[in-house]
Design a protein around this ligand. Structure first.
Ligand code: 2DT
Length: 215
């Protein structure tokens, strides 16, 4: 008999405003998936380790200034440079848990309210990138996020900008996203994330195909 092709991994994305718990939850999800025998890896965007990522890092830390359109395209290019590697990993059966992606890219640049850089312009360079199998949107009011130790020192870490980011996430939201109230305990939020992740992994095992943005 012809051996059955191994199932592909699932692309599971965490999105949400700063300090909503994405990093904690994505780390915890990978640990629990691995403990359950799932081949899983944690990826994050921006990926600050590449040459483009180093420029993005310098921009976020304000040691480098850049035009708003140019930095937007650089964030996007930082996803494009990893696209083949993501596709390969998923094809090899690795489930990728990803901390931020194109939706952050669009929501943040659009929040700057620069004339000409509207949502449609921001979405265009993302077209053709892999579409996540699941988006776990950790929902939290900006005021509540702020009380979690306050925002840090990086560019974009102000309440006013984060409010506009949250508004844009609401516009970008699609009905297949999983919206999770991020104000619960770490364990509560985790169990909701784990349930949504299991469901996505199952769909991939059953043959769900990888799609592309913005299908
Ligand atoms: P963290 O590394 O703390 O998540 O912050 N951003 C991110 C963009 O403006 N565009 C993007 O495409 C992405 C992925 C969000 C990274 C900061 O960079 C912003 C916060």
């Amino acid at each position: 008999a012809v051996p059955k092709a191994a199932a592909r991994g699932a692309f599971i994305l965490f999105e949400g405003v700063d300090r909503c718990g994405k990093t904690t939850q994505s780390t915890k999800l990978v640990e629990s998936l691995k403990a359950a025998g799932v081949n899983a890896e944690l990826w994050r965007y921006p990926d600050r380790t590449t040459e483009m990522g180093k420029m993005i890092n310098a921009y976020l830390q304000s040691s480098l200034d850049m035009d708003d359109g140019a930095i937007h395209l650089l964030f996007s290019a930082n996803r494009w440079e990893k696209r083949a590697a993501m596709e390969k990993a998923l094809g090899d059966g690795v489930t990728l848990v990803v901390d931020r992606y194109s939706y952050s890219g669009v929501a943040f640049t659009a929040a700057k309210e620069v004339p000409g850089l509207d949502l449609e312009w921001c979405k265009a360079p993302e077209r053709g990138l892999l579409r996540p199998d699941a988006v776990l949107y950790l929902d939290m009011p900006v005021d509540a996020a702020k009380t979690r130790g306050g925002f840090g020192e990086e560019r974009y870490e102000t309440g006013e900008l984060q409010e506009r980011v949250r508004t844009h996430f609401r516009v970008l939201r699609e009905d297949w996203w999983t919206i999770i109230d991020a104000s619960g305990t770490i364990d509560d939020v985790h169990s909701k994330c784990a349930a949504a992740a299991d469901e996505a992994i199952q769909r991939c095992r059953e043959g769900a195909e990888l799609a592309r943005l913005w299908d």
